[in-house]
Design a protein around this ligand. Structure first.
Ligand SMILES: Cc1ncc(COP(=O)(O)O)c(C=O)c1O
Length: 387
């Protein structure tokens, strides 16, 4: 293990201090839905506990839940896969770790796009310290993938390419051209595996489309898909996710689950089956989707009215704002903003070494709080840039 960043930012320390003092903070920080878990899931979970779903279950997960996920994957993602290749995990985070544990060997190389979800790199460092990680920066203009750069580093040693669409923190959504590039690499490099993190799949804006990687590849022998109930069904605290594993990795992943946490809480798995009664047409998803779209529209027009350059997210919970004009590091910017306006954002340096001139803004709060938070953020930004 080589965890390179057990570092607490000045922003986190300041935020803790403020919270402890009882101050009220407008959060544009955490990526958590501003909604309660749908009632039907809560009720089914309580019922499951009362009915005795309180014992160990298959380490791979309850068959009933895995079958429901298999049918969701078929109808929504055009992926025909047996429930046997779906494993239930403690959130998408454990799913990611599981894929890495089953895959990485000493000397392997991994391609990750930067900025990125802040657990990707630490998870690789935890699992296999010798991994060479190629961090490829997304373009600064509109956060696209530079495929020529990918081609300049990919080789027979590349074991894994990590994809995340809609993307945390930029809101980028892979387009058809990206999918074609991924398919070409997959065909050319027989050692290359793909890990697709699709936790924000239901939240795409302005007519953009979330394409199914699974259905674009000639086979799924080297494709891992991770997903979660956290964002799709407002269940961040329940810790429930899943992974679709290729046949060749099924047993290893099952063994790792069995000897680590055995199984995800049995009654939670049973209760989560209720999520599939209405699936993506449930009112939580449409209400939250509409809030996210409203919030992204609002932020984008407020930034543009004030001539602050901002790439509007195409999906997900976040926007990534260029703060270079302020001359501050992202940590300083976040601390000063917090002290001056009681608005919390995440410093960009936490999401990639070259992104210290960006901050991440979460749009997952209520439209009222986002409206207030963005107004204050714009006020602060203009003050520091004019100073
Ligand atoms: C891209 C991405 N993957 C995975 C996760 C973790 O999800 P979970 O709560 O299911 O572990 C997050 C959470 O913020 C995320 O942004």
């Amino acid at each position: 293990m080589r965890l390179n960043r057990p570092y607490e930012s000045a922003f986190s320390k300041e935020a803790k201090k403020l919270v402890d003092s009882g101050a009220s903070i407008i959060s544009l920080g955490l990526g958590e839905p501003n909604f309660q878990t749908p009632k039907i899931i809560q009720e089914m979970t309580i019922k499951a506990m009362e009915e005795g779903y309180t014992r160990y279950c298959d380490p791979m997960g309850l068959k009933e839940l895995r079958e429901l996920i298999a049918s969701k994957l078929k109808t929504e993602n055009q992926l025909n896969i047996s429930y046997n290749n779906i494993l239930i995990t403690t959130g998408a985070k454990q799913a990611f770790l599981l894929a890495l544990q089953s895959l990485l060997k000493p000397g392997d190389e991994v391609i990750n796009f930067s900025p990125s979800f802040l657990s990707f790199i630490p998870a690789i460092e935890i699992v296999e310290s010798t991994t060479l990680i190629h961090e490829i920066d997304l373009t600064r203009k509109n956060f696209r993938i530079n495929w020529e750069e990918v081609r300049s580093v990919v080789s027979q040693k590349t074991k894994l390419i990590i994809l995340n669409s809609p993307h945390n923190p930029t809101g980028m959504v892979l387009n058809k051209f990206d999918i074609e590039q991924i398919k070409a690499l997959y065909q050319e490099f027989p050692n290359l595996h793909i890990l697709s993190d699709e936790v924000y799949e239901y939240f795409v804006f302005d007519g953009h489309v979330q394409h199914s990687i699974a259905s674009s590849l000639p086979d799924t022998d080297r494709l891992f898909i991770i997903n979660s109930f956290s964002k799709s069904f407002a269940m961040t605290g329940w810790r429930l996710g899943y992974i679709v594993v290729p046949e060749g990795y099924r047993n290893t992943c099952g063994e790792i689950l069995k000897h680590s946490n055995m199984n995800v809480t049995t009654f939670i798995q049973k209760g989560a089956c209720a999520a599939f009664l209405e699936g993506r047409s449930c009112s939580y998803i449409s209400d939250f989707h509409s809030d996210l779209q409203t919030n992204a529209d609002l932020a984008s027009s407020h930034f543009s009215d004030n001539r602050i350059s901002f790439t509007k997210p195409q999906g997900g919970f976040f926007g990534f704002l260029d703060i270079s004009e302020s001359g501050l590091t992202s940590d300083d910017y976040a601390v000063k903003l917090l002290k001056a306006k009681h608005v919390a954002v995440n410093p960009g340096f936490q999401m990639g070494r070259n992104w210290d001139d960006y901050i991440r803004i979460s749009f997952s709060g209520s439209p009222e709080s986002i409206h207030l938070g963005i107004n204050k953020l714009v006020e602060f930004h203009l003050e520091v840039c004019d100073a």
